[in-house]
Write a protein that binds this ligand. Sequence first.
Ligand code: SF4
Length: 735
Amino acid sequence: MTTQSYTPDAHRLAASLAAIYAGHPDTRGLPAARRVAVTAADLLPHEPEADPAAVNAAALFHLAGRPDDPARAEASAAIADAWLRGADAPEPFMASTRAAILGAWGVGDDDVNGRLLWHAAQLDLASVERHADYLKDVPPAGRAREDYLSAYRRECLTPALGLRERLSIPAAIEMYGARMSRLAPWLDDQDAALVPGDWRRLSEIADIRRGVERLLDGEDPALVRSEMPAGGVPYAEYRGQQRAIIAGSHERILELTHARIEASRNVAAEKYLESDTIHKPAVEENLFVGARRKARQLGLSTETAEDIARLLLSNAREVQERTLNDIAQRLSRLHGQILDADSPETRTEEADMAIPSLVVRTGDQPLARENELIKELRVTGLNEAYPEQRARFAQWFETPHPYILTGQIVGSRDADLFMQALADGQRCRVIATMATDGPMHLGHGALGNLLIYFQSLGAEISLGFRDESGSGEVARQTMCDRLLTLAANGLDLERTDAYLQLDRSAVVETAFALGEATPLSVLNSALGLRLSSSATDTFLPLLRLADILHVQQPELGGPCRTLVIDGIGGDVYVRMARNVAEGFGFVKPSALYLRMMRSLTTYDDPATGSAVEVMTNAVPQGRIAYDDAVDDIRRRVGRAYTGGRRTLEEQRKLGGNPDPRVCSVSSLHAFHCTPDGDAYAALQERCRSGDLLCGECKASALDKLLEYFEQRHEARSRLPESVSERARALAGTAR
Ligand code: SF4
């Protein structure tokens, strides 16, 4: 309490301050310091931890340094130090005053006195006196006057207008409101030559300036746009502002353009290879031919022409998709109203969310459009684009799973509620489903790895198998085989509730009950059913919902926290399940969305014309199954699609693209060969820098894969008979 027991001698202080500020180049320094001291005193009762004497002394000295000194804060603190030492102030008091002065200028550590003083100093910007002080010294007409007034707008008027968002002390916010209602009419009364008539728009323009700068820094355009002022500035003025900023950032713009061309080149090349449905390959090829011809005429290199063509393509595609999304969202809102009317108890925001756009409904391109889906579906992003959210989520775990650390878990919905319940020792279930459409491949293995991980954390596991083989017997055999492979990987079957969907009456009964409570309009708006859709198309989604919700039926233990693990395309079912859960007395399910493994080949589904991006049994040459022959595995990895360049030389110079959504070998590394977070990051870095070439990368993936399979096969052959019996019992197969 030494700091509070010392009070500077007021008479001496007043006389000295006048002397210190008398020869000061800033003639307004002392009155401003006094005003700030008074404001700080008014704020003091609202900050009980602040030291009144130190705040007062700091307020009076904080402008003592020369205005043109770049280290004005430190200089002011030094002057205060010298004066206080001469006045025999104790060292702790001097230290508090110093810290408060630095805090007032936003320098140094977070200091309660400094924070208060910073608020007081900022509030002075909104005082009529400050503005009157500034404007009374305006030089006569001419260049100096223009410079002076532009400094006034930059340093005083614009910051005052945008201050509200920067204040955090509630009393200061209130004071700001009062000051602005006094300042506004005063500004309106000033000569237009000093204060522009539309001065209120200055803060809007400042926001736009900041927005453009953030865009140039590469921030998400949608986010920046959402934070822009609502009213908007006339286009000509906006363009003027933008031009001024761009003119001042030529180098950055060039760098940025280069990076964009580079990125769009990759996207367009891949799209071209995968013959995206929006731009047919023939159309693209024509564009390239045209671009090359034009380039020859203009004397440009053909590569440059192709780059430009690809940039145009990628922009065109973006615009088309945005338009599609806009239309779909408008339709969604319409359907959202129908949904609301049908289920009055459904919360509006959930109802809105329940309707994804047409583009999402198709489940098209879950890898290439991952970030778009995260935003459109409003799930919590956890992939590479959201490092902070991912780091926060990882804090729930003592040893986070590598898929969390490397961003292979791309998003979540209320996963924190599930994790909290798990941490509290409540009964928690993880839910996953698989189709019995063929042998178990590495994509199923990745899902299994997560189930094993959550089982080790104490969660119960519920694993449903959907019969897509058309034969119950084949489905049961496939299920039994997968369970044994999962057991060899580490899943404890004794603690796993695995079932074949149609064999479990609770699923079918729940599906019927959900069907009665789900109007066709909801299914239609969520899944985009058509009149030509079959009646089965309306029942299968109900089974998916029942997979999620039936585990909370009384015979299976009753309501509990559940976590669905699925690809991001499964979010539509999670949202529908969440919409109806409470109506049935269930707890709303949470979800984690796992990135799908990338297919090793590029293949277009002839039925839809879309590229099949993910590893699936439907495209056997693009998947690696646990019972594949070694030679097949070698051949597929050898031919795998990568993010490498056209030539080795180019790759050494420019590096490859190790994004696991693009490069299938990188996907193998992320999920199975090099899952460790640091090792995988190092591999990606080597690829980007051109140090790692695709041949070496494939060879190391292959070695690790073969070793992995050898271990699994051996582990499976050593499974005790009791495990085989359990697998058979769960699958309902005969010995
Ligand atoms: Fe993919 Fe590896 Fe080639 Fe990089 S070096 S593009 S990660 S295969």
